[in-house]
Write a new protein. Structure first.
Lengths: 109, 166, 464, 492, 649
């Protein structure tokens, strides 16, 4: 598969995620959209890693493996972020009984 | 048309469609489900790219753990479609336009990348296998691996601090 | 390496200290001890005594620049603990955890100052961010704090996404699939549009972390909403550290392709200076004004990024020190104030001359008046850009912005000295005042002999 | 040695002043310190030129190529002398003024003196900038703490204004520094710039403005002058004396030492423009002064006019003109301080500065009247007063200038200001001192002895310099020559 | 040296104003003058010897900058010694007069008066003794200052103050011209010392000389009250009458003539300027004379006559008759001082009344004053053998040799002079006393006329001897001084003054052009007789007509028509006011009111306000909505990429 396809695919996914972040006002949905963005990046990284491997396999059998490991770390971080994020959202919900980001406007100007 | 190509296209379309549905569907639970579908299709891609380990981890961590977590939260707050009031139209449109134009710009920036000849190797190559990954992970990447434990630790502490009733 | 491990370990120690004892003073003292220890081991690292023989496979690179930055960070954190430690206790019950989180942040800081691969940068920034989300929301009952936390979290993770995309692009562009910053842009990789796009995205995301316009929007709200004591931490130490990382990345990684991205940095710098200074003018609350001023200061630090040369490297260290010292001091005073608005400072000089005097020195330093460290900080920034011979318009613009900044900084001075009123403060001990004076003296010292910092440390390292 | 003392003594004594919590002792202390400074500057005067006691050069920031280099040349001598003389006079003259927290007041005064000394002594650009700001900060506090009711706004305007200027100058300094051959801030390498390859001529064109704006704001040159009347009006008289008597000279000094010789081509090219500004300012200010009802504002505007003339003469680049500037800087300082003292006396007695509310003082305070008349006549440059020497040289310098083709026009138009100055000065004298007394001035009394002596001293200075200016002129001869050779370098 | 003495007097009187008694001050005041007079007599004696070379005494280096050296030097030669005599002599007499005239002043002010007077004499001497233009200028400004102080002597009265101010400022205008002339000289000759300048002068091109001389003349018009700067002189009469006599008649106003006579060479080299000088002088003479016709204030009449006489002198200078001009200065000093002092004694007697319509018939009450005044009138009217005749005639002759037009106008002016002088005389001294002095009209403070209250017409008395003696002395001088300059045609080489001043004017006398003109005028003895005859006749006509016209029924009615214009001095003051003062004032108001406040300061504050406003607007971006923030961030990214895509290409 030409790498371009993967690039465009994941960029598309990424942008859908961005659009989601911009259009929704439910904190959790927004957060999900962000996860979507991360996944798009993961896909891209894996694709690149395979691309590099394809290019350099002869010289270095492990070429391109860094990309996949990076994805692994991204997943780690994402997991941690999710736990924290959800905790914060829940705390918010406890206090305001809403997770609508548009109500978050006590702080402005 | 080669089978991998067919799979690639179908998976891509599936991913995109369900991603869009994540964004548009009113009911948050639905969008969770759609997101899970996205993850599945992405894992499919991983498999196509012969990155089995990541495919599995993706399923377990994301589709499994994280999404379940989301669902729990939703149920905890028992939110449903009508609980989310509609954002005002203009901001919505602006958001969509912004996202779209971002896509356009990125594509425009990247289309003339001389990557026509660059191919992503499909369903061959061994780097995606647990064996190799593990070796590299615990030899070269041991420091970041350990450090990520700090990350987890801090996340844990943080969640405790936040979640604990005082 | 020492610092990273010790800070991580000490974070755990702090965690358990909460279980062992609930005497807050002991906890605080442990924390302080920890910091002193950190400073010490970092010093050892600089002098070449490494406690741990760990091969990071070149993922971390401990050069003078980073270690020196660590020194600054630890030093200012020490001051921060000494000045505002008691106030951390006031925030909530989980004092120990707060300290632990702060130590984890410091661990992340060490990564950011010494990383050599994008992976480490990513991890470092995340390790810094996640505890900060928590600290922002530490005041759980306070809705503002919650809101700030959520905003910070959402936007932060968004920027993480952007950063990852950038990293992915760079990875794709790199010759042989690597994340090591020093062979990112080599060969024909530098020509690939992927490369420049990646740089742009990284610029955006790290710019977000240092609150560079137009990615600064989180800053005022978060700084305003977070408990003041943590605002102080975020605004000074963290920001300075990330700047060090910023410089490091663009210097090591994209230094060769500077002309490709210099223009963007210039644009962002101008925008940051403009928005930061202009918006600060109209603020009513000193806390929020300081938030905007931190944006403005970031604009000045970005000048170092614009002109990556020796002066800039020295300058950013000095700027980090000067800025952190002054801002920590001001925040320490601000915490003691009952009323955060400008009116709250009216007549402070009459009732608390020491506070007023030191605060004045800090403000003067921030506005870059000679005899204070702030002047040389700004001086280095300006001269680094002038030395490049390009972007003189930006220098002039920066200077004008600095003049604007005088306006809002001096509003505080005016309130303290020239306005009638009785400024209410919480009680502060003589030790606190003494420390303030110490900090002020330090600022003046740096203002008259900046080489006491730069020259001495550098020479010390080179002689070794 | 001596330069260091000149800076350190006020600095240290000022810092010490903060800690003596007693008005009387603070006052005495500051007077003592200023007198010591005066003695030292006189000692410096007595030494032969080029004696190593007049120089001091210590390493300061080696990595930046900046040294703590201070020195007394002719110009430095005369301006330091002015500073050293002024402060005791000011302290004695305002002896009776009451200030709350007086010790802070006097301490700040001394600090500003240290700053001023530093400015006049610095032989290193960065050091110069340092003192430039150091002189500004205390004055800012002085004005906004002890000033009039609109003080905060006025002094803040003044501060921002001058700060912008000095920042621009800083940019210029750094730019020049980065182009010096040996990457040093020392005045020598700055002077060497224009002859070396480092600096292109078109650079000088815009660099000139960076510096000139800074100095023009300080002087001030029209149209950057609006901070001045407000600041003078609002600040306590003692500070006004410092502002108008000495600080104003910083601008002229800056041009003579740091602008004209460093950027001769730029100065040459923009000379006419700058001169035009000066002249507009002179006429404009004189006309505005005619309309002023507040004594302080009147003097402020007249000062703008006088400074404009001096600045004009600098750009004439002639020996006569520069000599005139040198001596006139001194004279103007003395005279205007005399004016302020008189105004202060009036204000303290009648609690008003409004010309319209005063009148007939000559009957009540003949001595004051006579002394003022002499000072005022010096202000209109009547012969045998010091100002005549100055203005004579200035005008003839401008007239014989070869730097501009409009020298005659400049002289004539600028000459009109002589007439106008006569108009507003005589108006002032007449409406304040002559005519019949009114209800307010009925119970006026003549001045006290100490005031009498201060004014007498000033008058003496005025007349002595006015009749026998030779020593002063000889003092600055060499400086003028060196500056001129630098200024005309690129045009030879 | 001479000038030191008055300076000493000034210092003594000035510093010990309060301690000295009045008699003592008077003594000091006069004493120094007397001493000075004696000294100058001695000097004069030396100077008179044949082959006397000008002495130059250089005290110290006044200004020495670069190539420019201006010594503080004095020069004694025929011209200056002559003026020395006049100044110290007349000055002494007037001091003496003043001791009586100002006697009612209380001590400090009395002392102040004499201090000023001495200071004046000092600077006047400085003026005439200066060996270069700068010293001359110092004296020049000094006398201006003193006249300012003395005019405003009664400072309680604001009108006097205004008059003083007017005088000073008008002089300033002239002085500016003078200054620029000096600068030009410095540029041209590199020196301002008379000797060097005159040596270099013949070599330089005429344009420069014309410029310099014209500028000098501007200075002269200011000081010597010529058109257009003459209006201050009549107002200057606000000062005490002796002052008017000394400063505004005898000495200061002739400074201009002195200066031009001193730099005669320059003028002779610049014919254009000479013409200008002559024309201006003539115009002034005529103009002032016409105004004098219709003035009713005794001092104003004299003032205008002074202006007119000065005009004569300038005519003389313009016509190249420097000797004549100086001659006229001398004679004029005598008779005009005399006239003023008489007027003073009249005013003294009349209790401060200056309006001649309220006088009349005074000859019966004050004989000395009357007679001396008469002499003065005759002298000024130019009736032989009184001094006025000789000097005036010499000037007229020179004028004729220039062009008959000058002569005709000059003669007409002489007619007018005779006419108004005798109008004055007649109205004041002849006829019946019309005065019922209402003391309220006494200008406040004029010598505090306390005892004047119990005085009415039949108490009118002669002034004390301290006042009358100077009158008599001056009268004698006025009567006889003329014989110092007897025209050639009466007795060859009898023109003593011409020979005396010969060395001073030698430089210009021997210039070819002037030689030629001289030759032209030589040997027309008959013509000269004719001219003299004409002028004498004219003078007599004027005199007699005036006497007959006014002695019986003086004109008391308000003037009408053209007379009104004359009475209002051609409305010159009003015109100046409308043309210069008002616009200037308006401009000043415009600047200080509008430009300063609104435009310049407006811009400055406007910038500040702009920043404030911008800040208020920009902070609205901080909407508080996460969506908005992220949107803006995305837009930011977009912008960056767009720049990357399009701008950078």
């Amino acid at each position: 598969m030409p790498i371009n396809y993967y690039i465009f695919l994941s960029v598309a996914l990424f942008c859908i995620g961005v659009a989601g972040v911009l259009t929704r006002r439910n904190a959790i949905i927004i957060f999900m959209c962000i996860e979507l963005m991360l996944n798009a990046v993961n896909l891209l990284l894996v694709a690149f890693s395979k691309m590099h491997h394809h290019a350099l396999a002869l010289t270095n059998p492990n070429a391109g493996i860094d990309g996949q490991l990076f994805v692994f770390f991204i997943m780690v971080v994402a997991a941690a972020e999710v736990s924290v994020g959800l905790a914060i959202i829940v705390m918010m919900y406890r206090n305001t009984h809403s997770i609508d980001v548009n109500f978050l406007n006590r702080l402005k100007h | 048309m080669h089978i991998t190509q067919i799979l690639f296209w179908s998976l891509s379309i599936l991913a995109l469609l369900s991603a869009i549905l994540v964004v548009v569907s009113k009911n948050p639970v639905h969008s969770v489900l759609w997101l899970i579908l996205v993850f599945f299709s992405i894992s499919g891609h991983y498999i196509l790219l012969n990155a089995q380990f990541l495919a599995i981890v993706n399923l377990i961590v994301y589709a499994g753990a994280i999404m379940v977590l989301f669902l729990f939260v939703f149920m905890l707050m028992n939110l449903n479609a009508d609980t989310e009031p509609q954002k005002n139209k203009w901001l919505k449109i602006a958001g969509v336009i912004a996202g779209g134009s971002l896509l356009l710009v990125l594509v425009a920036a990247l289309k003339n990348a001389d990557m026509k000849n660059q191919l992503a190797e499909m369903n061959t190559g061994s780097i995606g296998l647990i064996h190799n990954l593990g070796l590299v992970l615990f030899q070269e990447y041991v420091v970041p691996f350990e450090i990520s434990s700090v990350l987890f630790l801090s996340a844990m502490v943080g969640v405790v601090v936040i979640g604990k009733k005082d | 390496m020492n610092a990273i491990i010790i800070s991580a370990l000490w974070g755990i120690v702090m965690m358990f200290s909460g279980i062992v004892t609930d005497k807050k003073s002991t906890i605080r003292i442990t924390a302080i001890i920890g910091l002193v220890l950190l400073l010490g081991v970092n010093w050892l690292d600089m002098t070449g005594h490494h406690l741990f023989a760990i091969d990071s496979h070149k993922m971390l690179f401990f050069d003078t620049f980073g270690l020196l930055a660590n020194c600054i960070v630890f030093g200012s954190s020490l001051l921060y603990f000494l000045l505002s430690g008691r106030d951390i206790e006031k925030v909530g019950v989980n004092t120990a955890e707060f300290f632990a989180l702060i130590f984890f942040v410091l661990c992340g800081v060490c990564l950011v100052t010494t990383f050599n691969t994008l992976l480490m940068l990513f991890l470092g920034i995340e390790i810094i961010s996640i505890p900060l989300y928590i600290l922002t929301g530490a005041d759980k009952r306070n809705l503002k704090s919650n809101e700030a936390a959520l905003k910070y979290f959402l936007m932060g993770s968004f920027s993480t996404g952007v950063m990852l995309l950038g990293i992915a692009f760079l990875y794709g562009a790199s010759q042989n699939g690597t994340f090591f910053i020093d062979d990112l842009g080599v060969g024909k990789a530098a020509l690939s549009p992927l490369f420049i796009s990646g740089i742009l995205l990284l610029l955006v995301s790290i710019g977000f972390k240092v609150s560079a316009a137009p990615f600064h929007f989180w800053t005022p709200d978060v700084y305003d909403g977070a408990p003041t004591v943590f605002t102080s931490f975020m605004a000074t130490i963290v920001k300075a550290a990330i700047f060090i990382g910023f410089i490091r990345l663009f210097d090591e990684g994209f230094g060769d392709s500077q002309p490709k991205w210099q223009l963007f940095v210039a644009i962002i710098t101008a925008a940051t200076l403009f928005i930061g200074n202009l918006t600060a003018v109209f603020q009513q609350s000193v806390k929020r004004m300081l938030a905007y001023s931190s944006i403005a200061q970031a604009g000045f630090m970005l000048l170092a990024l614009l002109s990556l040369n020796g002066i800039a490297r020295e300058g950013i260290i000095l700027y980090a020190a000067a800025y952190s010292l002054a801002t920590i001091g001001i925040f320490a005073i601000l915490i003691k104030m009952k009323d955060y608005t400008f009116e709250g400072f009216n007549g402070l000089a009459k009732h608390h001359p020491v506070l007023a005097a030191t605060c004045t020195i800090f403000l003067l330093s921030l506005s870059g008046i000679p005899l204070t460290a702030g002047f040389f900080a700004k001086y280095y920034m300006l001269s680094s850009v002038i030395a490049t011979g390009k972007f003189l318009w930006l220098v002039i613009f920066a200077v004008l912005c600095a003049a604007v900044s005088v306006y809002y900084y001096f509003r505080v001075i005016q309130a303290m000295y020239f306005k009638e009123g009785d400024a209410q403060t919480l009680d502060q001990g003589p030790a606190f005042r003494g420390l303030l004076v110490l900090v002020a003296a330090l600022i003046l010292l740096l203002g008259v002999f900046p080489e006491a910092l730069i020259g001495k440390l550098y020479s010390m390292i080179y002689t070794w | 040695m001596i330069p260091v003392l000149l800076i350190v003594i006020p600095l240290v004594s000022g810092l010490a002043g903060f800690f003596m919590k007693n008005e009387k002792s603070a006052r005495g202390w500051s007077l003592f310190a200023s007198l010591v400074t005066l003695v030292i500057s006189l000692w410096g005067l007595s030494l032969p030129k080029g004696s190593e006691l007049l120089q001091a050069d210590v390493a300061w920031l080696p990595s930046l190529g900046s040294r703590f280099a201070v020195g007394l040349d002719g110009m430095g001598q005369i301006l330091c002398l002015l500073t050293a003389i002024s402060f005791p006079i000011i302290f004695i003259a305002t002896w009776r003024d009451e200030y709350k927290k007086a010790w802070n007041f006097y301490a700040l005064m001394l600090l500003s003196q240290a700053g001023l000394m530093g400015v006049f002594l610095a032989m290193d650009a960065l050091l110069f900038y340092f003192f430039w700001e150091l002189a500004l900060i205390p004055v800012y506090f002085l004005c906004s703490i002890w000033g009039g009711e609109k003080r905060i706004a006025a002094t803040f305007k003044f501060f921002i204004y001058t700060f912008i200027g000095s920042l621009l100058m800083l940019v210029g300094i750094i730019y020049l520094y980065s182009h010096t051959a040996d990457h040093s801030f020392s005045i020598k390498s700055f002077y060497a710039l224009h002859s070396g390859p480092g600096l292109k001529v078109q650079d000088q064109m815009w660099l000139f403005w960076l510096f000139f704006i800074a100095f023009a704001i300080k002087m001030p040159i029209w149209p950057l002058h609006t901070w001045q009347p407000d600041a003078y009006e609002q600040s306590p008289t003692a500070t006004t004396m410092v502002l108008s008597g000495i600080m104003v000279k910083m601008g002229l000094f800056g041009i003579i030492r740091w602008l004209a010789p460093v950027l001769p081509a730029g100065t040459w090219a923009w000379g006419d423009t700058a001169s035009a500004l000066c002249i507009i300012g002179m006429i404009y200010a004189s006309l505005v002064a005619i309309r002023q009802d507040d004594l302080k504002r009147l003097v402020a505007y007249s000062s703008i006019a006088h400074i404009g003339l001096m600045c004009l003469a600098i750009f004439a680049t002639t020996t006569t003109g520069l000599q005139g500037v040198m001596i006139q800087m001194f004279n103007h300082g003395i005279n205007i301080i005399g004016m302020w003292i008189v105004i202060d006396l009036i204000e303290r007695q009648f609690h008003t500065r409004k010309i319209s509310e005063l009148g007939g003082l000559a009957q009540k305070a003949p001595t004051l009247a006579i002394l003022l008349v002499i000072v005022a006549l010096a202000n209109v440059a009547l012969p045998l007063t010091n100002a005549f020497i100055g203005e004579f040289l200035l005008f003839s310098g401008v007239f014989s200038s070869t730097a501009t083709t409009y020298n005659v026009v400049f002289t004539v138009v600028a000459g009109l200001s002589i007439i106008l100055s006569a108009v507003y000065t005589l108006n002032m004298i007449q409406r304040v001192f002559f005519g019949n007394t009114n209800a307010l001035t009925e119970k006026g009394t003549d001045i006290r002895l100490n005031e009498k002596w201060v004014l007498a001293a000033i008058v003496a200075l005025i007349l002595v310099v006015g009749i026998y200016p030779k020593p002063v002129l000889d003092l600055t001869k060499d400086t003028v020559e060196t500056i001129l050779t630098k200024m005309t370098y690129s045009n030879k | 040296m001479v000038p030191v003495l008055p300076l000493a007097g000034f210092l003594i009187n000035g510093l010990f104003r309060n301690s000295l008694s009045k008699s003592l001050t008077g003594l000091v005041g006069c004493g120094v003058l007397l001493a000075a007079f004696i000294l100058s007599l001695l000097i004069f004696g030396q100077v008179r010897q044949e082959g006397f070379e000008p002495v130059i005494v250089s005290l110290f280096d006044f200004i020495s900058v670069g190539k420019l050296h201006i010594p503080f030097a004095f020069q004694v030669d025929q011209l200056s010694s002559l003026f020395l005599l006049i100044i110290t002599g007349v000055g002494f007499l007037i001091h003496m007069y003043s001791t009586a005239y100002m006697h009612e002043e209380e001590a400090p002010h009395y002392a102040r008066y004499f201090a000023y007077l001495n200071l004046f004499v000092f600077s006047m001497l400085l003026l005439v003794l200066g060996a270069n233009y700068v010293i001359l200028f110092i004296g020049w400004e000094g006398v201006g200052l003193c006249s300012y102080l003395l005019i405003g002597y009664w400072f309680k009265n604001l009108d006097y103050g205004n008059a003083a101010k007017k005088a000073f400022i008008m002089n300033r205008i002239g002085d500016l011209g003078f200054l620029i002339a000096i600068f030009w000289m410095i540029n041209q000759f590199g020196s301002v010392t008379f000797a060097e300048v005159f040596d270099k002068a013949p070599g330089t091109k005429v344009a420069a000389l014309t410029g310099i001389t014209l500028l000098l003349f501007v200075g002269a018009t200011g000081k010597s009250a010529q058109i257009p700067l003459y209006t201050w002189l009549p107002d200057a009469m606000a000062g005490p009458t002796p002052v008017s006599a000394l400063i505004h008649a005898a000495t200061m106003v002739t400074a201009g003539i002195y200066m031009i006579a001193r730099s005669n060479i320059l003028y002779s080299l610049a014919p254009t300027t000479q013409t200008v000088v002559a024309v201006i002088g003539l115009a002034t003479a005529l103009f002032a004379a016409t105004i004098a016709l219709r003035q009713n204030d005794i001092k104003k009449v004299l003032a205008y006559s002074t202006v007119s006489q000065l005009g004569y002198m300038f005519l003389g200078l313009g016509a190249g008759a420097y000797t004549g001009a100086v001659f006229h200065v001398m004679t004029h000093a005598f008779f005009k001082a005399l006239l003023f002092l008489c007027a003073g004694s009249v005013i003294h007697a009349m209790g401060g009344e200056q309006d001649i319509r309220k006088m009349g018939g005074l000859r019966r009450y004050m004989t000395v004053t009357h007679l001396t005044f008469l002499i003065g009138c005759i002298a000024i009217a130019g009736i032989p053998p009184f001094s006025g005749f000789f000097s005036k005639d010499e000037i007229l002759a020179a004028a004729y040799s220039k062009s008959p037009v000058y002569y005709i106008i000059g003669v007409f002016t002489a007619l007018l002079t005779a006419f108004y002088m005798f109008r004055l005389y007649a109205t004041t001294f002849m006829g019946q006393f019309r005065g019922t002095i209402d003391y309220d009209r006494v200008p406040s403070g004029i010598g505090g006329r306390d005892e004047g209250h119990e005085r009415s017409s039949h108490h009118l008395h002669e002034s004390p001897s301290a006042m009358t003696i100077p009158l008599i002395v001056l009268a004698l001088l006025a009567a006889t001084a003329g014989f110092l300059g007897i025209p050639e045609i009466f007795a060859p080489h009898a023109h003593w003054l011409e020979h005396f001043l010969e060395p001073v004017f030698a430089g210009s006398e021997h210039l070819p052009a002037v030689m030629a003109k001289k030759a032209a005028t030589e040997g027309h003895a008959s013509m000269e007789w004719a001219l003299m005859g004409i002028s004498v006749a004219v003078a007599l006509i004027g005199t007699l007509s005036a006497v007959f016209r006014f002695s019986s029924k003086p004109q008391l009615e308000e003037p009408t028509g053209f007379a009104k214009v004359l009475a209002n001095k051609w409305y010159v003051d009003e015109i100046y006011d409308a043309l210069i003062v008002k616009p200037l004032d308006a401009l000043a108001k415009f600047f200080s009111g509008f430009i300063e406040r609104s435009v310049i300061d407006g811009i400055v504050n406007g910038v500040g306000r702009l920043v404030q406003y911008g800040s208020r607007q920009i902070r609205l971006l901080q909407s508080g909505l996460v969506g908005g923030y992220i949107l803006l961030m995305v837009i930011g990214i977009l912008v960056l990429f767009l720049v990357e895509l399009f701008v950078k290409k």
